[in-house]
Design a protein around this ligand. Structure first.
Ligand code: PEP
Ligand code: MN
Length: 342
């Protein structure tokens, strides 16, 4: 159920509706809009009676939501959500550039990558400290030590940190360093982890599962919003199809579809999407053309010696070239990319 407040509803009106929802044993989710406030109701197992709400003062309408997701849908919020990450907005006019190595490997590797991506125009540094690898024998990340390096790289460069939380156990140490907590494709269905990040008040980058449908991605995001964390950024990173030539198939269709169904921002990760460095730039540009709110690109100073995903990592000069092209493309799709370095 979605309670749409009147444009002139007062704070007291909104609070009265919230109290009423709580008194019934459900959770109210206040969703501020540019015109009016909506209150999403979750926690009810059966259908609610709209009349119980429609008569409250300040309420314009009470609409049953038939879709399986409620808070992430456009019904709950017609306008786009803009996620503010310590002053950098994802989901507005500006294209977000998130770049860095797949894994944090050493201080030299991290800081040299951070400096080049910043210089090229990135505002966010990515890098995994806890790596969910397919093989238990593959490099699992520098773990706590990697977090220390990420914190130091942020202090040096001012870049916002995007890093993955692999499990509930390490979530609190990751969230101390991360400005955006990444939930990886393999964890999109880890409902305990989704609930745990839902309890935090920190932006979450939720990657689409390897075989997840768009609706499953939205439902995973709903888990996070249902716990009161509304700052979720979705990420299309390729899905597994019958095509073995590329690592995954970057599902560009997902971008306009998500934009139609949800107010949440969505970015693309062409690095994992195609899995080959020489295809990354064109797929990044295709993602921006399709309406993505940002790109996440793996960059490594020496891809051949990377401990993970070197094959799909761009060298710094190629990354710089890509960012320039995104800047040129942005206005054609009514977006912008300002490259001035702070
Ligand atoms: C990553 O971003 O390095 C990563 C592991 O991505 P995904 O979860 O999409 O495979
Ligand atoms: Mn990777």
């Amino acid at each position: 159920m979605l309670i749409v407040m009147k444009k002139d509803a007062t704070r007291d009106d909104v609070n009265r509706v919230r109290d009423h929802v709580i008194a019934l044993g459900y959770q109210p989710h206040e969703i501020p809009g540019s015109q009016r406030v909506c209150i999403g109701i979750t926690g009810n197992n059966g259908k609610l009676n709209p009349e119980a709400f429609a008569l409250l003062h300040g309420v314009d309408d009470a609409i049953p939501v038939s879709k399986p997701y409620k808070l992430v849908g456009r019904d709950a919020k017609p306008e786009n959500s803009e996620i503010n990450v310590e002053g950098e907005v994802i989901g507005g006019r500006e294209i977000a550039i998130i770049a860095g190595p797949c894994s944090v490997e050493s201080w030299e590797q991290l800081i040299s990558t951070a400096e080049v991506v910043k210089d090229a125009g990135a505002k966010f540094l990515r890098g995994g400290a806890f790596k969910p690898r397919t093989s238990p024998y593959a490099f699992q990340g520098m773990k706590e030590e990697g977090l220390v390096l990420l914190r130091e790289a942020k202090a040096r460069t001012g870049l916002k940190i995007v890093t993955e939380a692999k499990d509930v156990l390490t979530l609190s140490s990751v969230s101390e360093v991360a400005d955006v907590i990444q939930i990886g494709a393999r964890n999109m269905h880890n409902f305990g982890l989704l609930e745990a990040v839902g309890e935090l008040r920190k932006p979450v980058l939720l990657k689409r599962g390897i075989s997840a449908t768009i609706e499953e991605l939205l439902m995973a995001a709903e888990y996070i919003l249902a716990r009161g964390n509304y700052d979720v950024i979705l990420c299309e990173r390729g899905i597994r199809t019958f095509e073995p030539y590329t690592r995954n198939t970057l599902d560009l269709n997902a971008i306009p579809v998500v934009k139609k169904l949800s107010h949440l921002p969505i970015i693309v990760d062409p690095s994992h999407g195609i899995g080959m460095w020489d295809g990354v730039a064109s797929m990044a540009l295709a993602g921006v053309a399709a309406g993505a709110d940002g790109v996440m690109i793996e960059v490594h100073p020496e891809p051949a010696s990377a401990l993970s995903d070197g094959f799909q990592s761009l060298k710094p000069e190629r990354f710089r070239d890509l960012v320039e092209k995104i800047k040129q493309l942005a206005p054609i799709v009514d977006r912008a990319l300002s490259l001035e370095v702070a």
